[in-house]
Design a protein around this ligand. Sequence first.
Ligand SMILES: NC(=O)c1ccc[n+]([C@@H]2O[C@H](COP(=O)([O-])OP(=O)(O)OC[C@H]3O[C@@H](n4cnc5c(N)ncnc54)[C@H](O)[C@@H]3O)[C@@H](O)[C@H]2O)c1
Ligand SMILES: [Zn+2]
Length: 376
Amino acid sequence: MTPTATPARLGVALGARAYDIVIGPGALAGTGREMVAAGLARRAHVVTDSNVAPLHLDRLLAALDAAGIASDSVTVPAGEESKTFDGLQGLLSALLDRRIERRDCVVALGGGVVGDLAGLAAALVLRGVDYVQVPTTLLAQVDSSVGGKTAVDTPHGKNLVGAFYQPRLVVADTDVLDTLPRRELLAGYAETAKYGVLGDAEFFAWLERNGAALVAGDAAARIHAVRRSCEMKAAIVAADERETGDERALLNLGHTFAHAFEAATGFGAALLHGEAVAAGMAMACELSARLGLCPPGDAARVRRHLGAMGLPAGLPPPPPGGWNAETLVRLMGHDKKVEGGRVRFILVRGIGKAFVSRDVPPAIVASLLADAAQAV
Ligand SMILES: NC(=O)c1ccc[n+]([C@@H]2O[C@H](COP(=O)([O-])OP(=O)(O)OC[C@H]3O[C@@H](n4cnc5c(N)ncnc54)[C@H](O)[C@@H]3O)[C@@H](O)[C@H]2O)c1
Ligand SMILES: [Zn+2]
């Protein structure tokens, strides 16, 4: 059953750094009120991107104004290219040009790019000012806006320079997803399904029944999915804020494969991160099945659902020249999650039962990829 469309409030239990996540249709209009309630009734500097600004910025500025919060805004070019040292420097300069003060607040209105960039700028400017996340993509609502990971990309790789810096408030308005291109929505759906596969079989079954309605625009389904995802992320972050244990690592289910697929296709529009995660998750389940750890029926169910949603459920569409298993294995060795030279995999004992493994024989990964490459 799909619950009714009532806004939800969750807490991220991080002691002195605890904060609320407000989820619901129209929540954007209450952002100023929520900020006042959270003790953030100070001048706000809204950071957004060139796609989101014409769609949602005015309503956010009006919401801040209505709560008596003075504001200005900075718009960065849409796209991952803004998440660089140059982009960061430009944003820091813009905030300093606006005479940002220590007690002001940065508000990130956008997807994961804006959230990661504005969060890092907030961590750095004046040695740290408060910030609020107002995520506008499904990916940002279910994943990147919660948990305090901020970063920019460098020529060495994605997200290699950043900080753990928690927001003071997250406001996820499920209505803003109405303007999101379908492909971006589906990419975010892959990260939503990830929560089911990694830790909640019931949620996965719910997604099997309601995923299509969610993508088609069903408000109650969107709220339920964002809420359940945020609940799980909040619990994981509260248990392992800085990924020193294995809990937070589970969020990387499918990501070791995904990063190799993204690297091989140039980290661009050819393959969105969420699409790579769908493919990676299918491969991680298949790997688990080959290792005799997961019932083959569960791996097949994950593949079937991702495929039914229109996401890659095996190797994604190949780059020019096709997939090369050896190249992919090599790229996996470059993943940020490599520890002492060993690639860390998140495997499953079934849907909802993920765990960390550091001793997957590389030959099995290579043969899995070679077989999959044959099948493309
Ligand atoms: N910090 C974390 O924990 C974390 C987790 C996962 C991903 N990330 C990062 O998030 C980034 C990806 O985030 P993303 O998928 O949200 O990408 P994104 O921010 O680039 O947004 C995707 C596209 O949608 C547009 N857009 C955003 N909201 C819109 C709306 N409501 N209507 C219409 N268009 C809209 C954007 O302008 C962009 O073109 C990556 O850089 C990734 O590294 C961070
Ligand atoms: Zn991801």
